[in-house]
Design a binder for this molecule. Structure first.
Ligand code: IPE
Ligand code: IPE
Ligand code: MG
Length: 247
């Protein structure tokens, strides 16, 4: 049966569910593979298929922004061959899917310290972001070499530079100045943060942005996640009573 979010959409309410920005901690690729006696890379490949399905669904559900946690600043702790596999999959994904994103008006964004990645990959990422930058459709933001603590440190550095150059008075620093220094500057406020695979932690993802996001945890492993799973999460979101500290 179609979910409420899907049927609202069918009746013309592109974003009647009220979720503008959804972010997902895409977890469980390794366990998905293990259950099938497959190598972890098979789980990551299946995870890329899930990204394709969910990116399409996000468009159909009328989201303004979908942010996907693809590689954390802590994922370098993994064996070198797994890191290399993930980087290769990322490169292939951009090469194979950018045309479809572009044709659908999607704007690609990257958050995280991606400039520390392999220079050829950095070039590919920057070209892809540039190519879609004038589009007017939904934003797909990929978190690459992303850690919220690192993002906040970099935001602090940019504030210090503004103070040192005399552009900003330290006493006048406000929440907006921090937000302007974050990788997510200009993105809509985060409404819903989903984590798959049953873990209930943020793993250094969007710590600042999650201040008033609704959290949704599902046992579904990321490679099994799809458009109806996203619609289900959005249905749960619309039943939440968001108060932002008020009544
Ligand atoms: C998520 O799946 C993908 C990345 C972190 C890149 P995992 O690789 O963390 O899968 P599990 O948690 O081991 O099942
Ligand atoms: C979080 O998943 C990072 C991504 C999904 C990219 P992890 O699998 O790395 O998180 P932990 O290690 O279980 O906290
Ligand atoms: Mg994991």
């Amino acid at each position: 049966m179609a979910s409420q979010a899907q049927s609202d959409l069918a009746h013309g309410g592109a974003s009647g569910h009220g979720a503008r920005h959804v972010a997902i901690i895409m977890d469980g690729n390794g366990r998905w593979a293990k259950k099938r006696f497959l190598p972890r890379i098979a789980g990551h490949r299946a995870g890329v298929e899930a990204v394709r399905r969910v990116a399409r669904a996000a468009r159909e559900l009328g989201l303004e922004c979908l942010t996907l946690y693809a590689f954390s600043s802590e994922n370098w702790k993994r064996p070198a061959n797994e890191v290399a596999d993930l980087m290769r999959l990322l490169r292939h994904f951009i090469e194979s899917d950018l045309d479809e994103f572009h044709a659908n008006g999607v704007r690609l964004r990257v958050i995280g310290h991606y400039r520390a990645l392999d220079p050829a990959l950095v070039d590919l990422i920057e070209q892809a972001v540039e190519r879609t930058s004038a589009n007017t459709g939904p934003i797909i933001a990929i978190a690459l070499n992303y850690g919220a603590q690192d993002e906040l440190v970099r935001a602090a550095q940019s504030i210090v530079r503004r103070v040192q150059s005399g552009q900003l008075d330290p006493e006048a620093i406000g929440i907006d100045d921090v937000e302007a220094g974050l990788d997510t500057a200009g993105l809509p406020p985060l409404d819903l943060l989903i984590r798959t695979s049953g873990e209930q932690r943020l793993s250094n993802f969007m710590l600042w942005q999650a201040a008033y996001a609704e959290l949704y945890f599902t046992d579904t492993l990321w490679p099994d996640f799809d458009g109806s799973a996203l619609a289900e999460a959005i249905d749960a979101f619309r039943l939440r009573d968001r108060r932002f500290g008020g009544l």
